[in-house]
Design a protein. Sequence first.
Length: 228
Amino acid sequence: MFMWLTLCAVVVLLAYLFGSFPTGYLAGKLLKGIDIREVGSGSTGATNVLRTLGKGPGAFVLLIDALKGVLAINLVYALFKIAPVSNLIPIPPTVNIEIWQPYLVTLAGLAALLGHSKSVFLGFTGGKSVATGVGILLAINWQVGLSTLAVFAVVIAISRIVSLSSISGAVAVSIFMIIFHQPLAYIILGLAGGLYIIIRHRSNIERLIAGTEPKIGQKVETQTQQTS
């Protein structure tokens, strides 16, 4: 049992490291020799990369950050696929795979979200975990993932504000988890992950209330207090 728990802990740690991969930061350094955390909103996420480096780099960072979430979840799936047929990874008789897998997926998903926003490679700074969250949702259940993306798309089409669209998606994900009859563990992931993303947008929420949040195409002034 100890070996199994250790292996699960390693999977969660790897999920955090996947999430921590500093895509936006590396894009800034490689393309313009800048620290993306010192320009725009201070975020390493795709939106700040879009505003700072352009559409191509922004789209690339968005894709890679989403893939980080996909990889984190598929790492768990691989473990539970390999373990039953491998003598190297014995599953204790007390472990019910159907019960364990959703909860390990939830832990790995939350670890990846944390990694993206609190990257060990960037002194525990980073982005706001939206793209990584989308990757996690698509890997767990494509219906939930696409429905959440649809909410994001509708809100951004109307408002032209990325942060408002992200917050709307973060709220909607728990509803879609319930609508599509997902396990309790995934509903918990939707609630906890959505709340975390909303908290990461607290400075954006302040600007939304003040009416100063920039729309797509507008620049945002660098604010040193932001670490998201």
